[in-house]
Structures are given as C-alpha cells and as structure tokens.
Design a protein around this ligand. Sequence first.
Ligand code: NAP
Length: 322
Amino acid sequence: MTTDNKPTVIITGASSGVGLQGARALAQKGWFVVMACRNLEKTHKMAKEVGISTQNYQAIHLDLASFSSVRKFVQDFRASGRKLDALVCNAAVYYPLLKEPMRNEDGYEISVATNHLGHFLLCNLMLEDLQKSGNPEPRLVILGTVTANPKELGGKIPIPAPPDLGDLEGFQQGFKAPIAMIDGKKFKSGKAYKDSKLCNMLTMRELHRRYHQSTRIVFSALYPGCVATTALFRNHFSLFQKIFPLFQKNITGGYVSEELAGDRLAMVVADPEFNVSGVYWSWGNRQKEGRKSFVQEVSDEASDKDKGELMWTLSKQLVGLN
Ligand code: NAP
C-alpha cells in the first residue's frame, strides 16, 4: 500500500523513447510514475539510465496486444492501492515492411490490436479509477501523430496510403484472417499503423463526448514532434533508421529530441494550461525548442461523430466489453 501523496500517472510503453522521457520528466515534476510495460527487466534498466529514482516509480507488466494482460494489469494496479490522477496511452508498434500481417492471440492484426484495441480496453476499464482519484480534474492523454492527420503537412504523404477507415468493414466482419485492415481492404502495413493512430484520435474524441461532462476527466491527445531517433523505427530498413534523423534534423527541420518530446508529454499531463478536454495539442512541424503549443485541427475523419460511434461499438465487441 502506498504511503506518499504524490499524484500518480500510468504511462504505457514507458521503457523507451517518448514514454520513457515522459516518465523521467513527470518524476522530476514530483509525480509517481507507473511504468506499464511488456519487458520489466528492460524497464528497470531504462528507468535507472534516465535517472528515475526507485521511490518515484513502479513497473507493472502490461502487454497491450493481449486483452487478458490488459485486464490483469488493471487488477495489479488496483492492488497497489494508488489513486490514479492520469493515464497516458503512449505505447505503439510500427511494422512498415511487413508483407503479411502479424496477429495477436485473438487473431487481430498486431498494430491495430496493440496501438488501438489494447488502449481502447485499458481506457474503458480505467475510467472508474480516474473518476475515483479525488483529483478534481484527472487527465487521460493519448499520443497522436501527423501521419494520421491529413490536415497537417506530414499527413498528406500518400505512402503507402493515407489513413482511411472506410465504413470499418473489416471490424464489422470480425477483423480476423483473412481480414487485416479496418476498412477490410488489402493489407498495407504502414497504413495499418496510420489507421490505428486515427482510431486513437477518434477514441479521445469519443471519450470526451461521452464522459467529460459527467466525470470531469480531461481527455486530450498530443503530437510530440517528429522524434526520429526512437525505437519506433526499429522495424524499418536500417538505412532509413540512419538517414531519417539526419534528414529531419538538417533538411526539413522537423525534429525533436526524445527529451523534449518527453517534456511536452509531461506538460500535457501536468501543467494547468493543458487543462482542456477534447483537443489535440501540437507544437507544429518545425520543431525548434521554445516553440509554443497550440490546438491542432484534426482531420475530417477524426472529427466524424458517426464514425466515432461506429468505431466505439465495434471496438467494444472486438475486445469483449459488454
Ligand atoms: P518507441 O521508442 O518504440 O516506444 C514504444 C513503446 O511501446 C516501447 O516502450 C515499447 O516497449 C512499447 N510497446 C510496444 N508494444 C507493446 C505492447 N504490446 N505492450 C506494451 N508496450 C508495448 O516509440 P516512440 O517513438 O517513443 O513512440 C511513442 C508514441 O509516440 C507512440 O504512440 C507513437 O505513435 C507516438 N509518436 C511517435 C513519433 C515519433 O516520431 N517517434 C511521432 C508521433 C507520435 P519495448 O520497449 O518493450 O519495445
């Protein structure tokens, strides 16, 4: 059982990149961080490496690709006796080179299962924990990305295809083999990632629309900037992994360090000016230090209420929520 009075945040995928640096920044701001990760040994090692003291964090196992693991995580968190002030849905996988889909234990395509469905279940289960926190304005923050938002420059790149959920025909048909895409069309691994991140944005907007008024939970999303050095790109060509950070840093100027991305995440979780629900925060495509945040417009698809409702109903069925 806990004895300190620090506010508590859960960060999924805090063993690497933006999540790890967000954990570091929040611990520095006086928060207790629950690092919700699939590899606990790595998590402890990385926490030590970035200087998070053992008094300021706990690592609890979570594999977002497994819905039974998500349910077990919620039980384990509750057993810690901590009150939950904020939940950050940060973990993600990106497999741009796959020709055939990888699937989770339920047979669902892995990037949609991990990035969207696992988080969708986690958010739904933890709403009551956020509500019970005693914090007058608990927060639920989801990581978004430009590549899933055609209203932004980075979202206009048609390779392999822009995000598009169609009428969620793939979800409607049960999302199992041979189906691997939410729109039910041909498998395109890079598009599967974009679609999963579009679902993250629709989830945030639906959470806001359904629960903000009644629960006072502040739901938001952020684009932390292009963090070209993270392990997110580990499954890309090795040449891409070398050139992409240099290209972003020296040619486009659209580059932020992992530390700055983590600082931005911590601001959205903890700072008073980010106490606005239903919005998507950004610092723009040019990512120099010292830039001011602003509310970024989301795509037509991400603000489509009917699509949000359909995504909600079908995602509930796929993760077994009644
Ligand atoms: P990253 O360094 O690869 O971190 C991803 C994290 O997710 C890792 O901790 C990873 O765990 C974890 N993870 C993956 N699969 C998981 C699973 N099944 N269960 C639990 N955890 C799992 O990537 P990142 O760049 O920091 O990305 C973090 C977030 O930022 C993502 O939502 C991404 O979409 C978003 N984002 C990134 C960028 C960018 O340029 N990098 C831009 C916009 C948005 P392991 O350590 O065990 O692999």
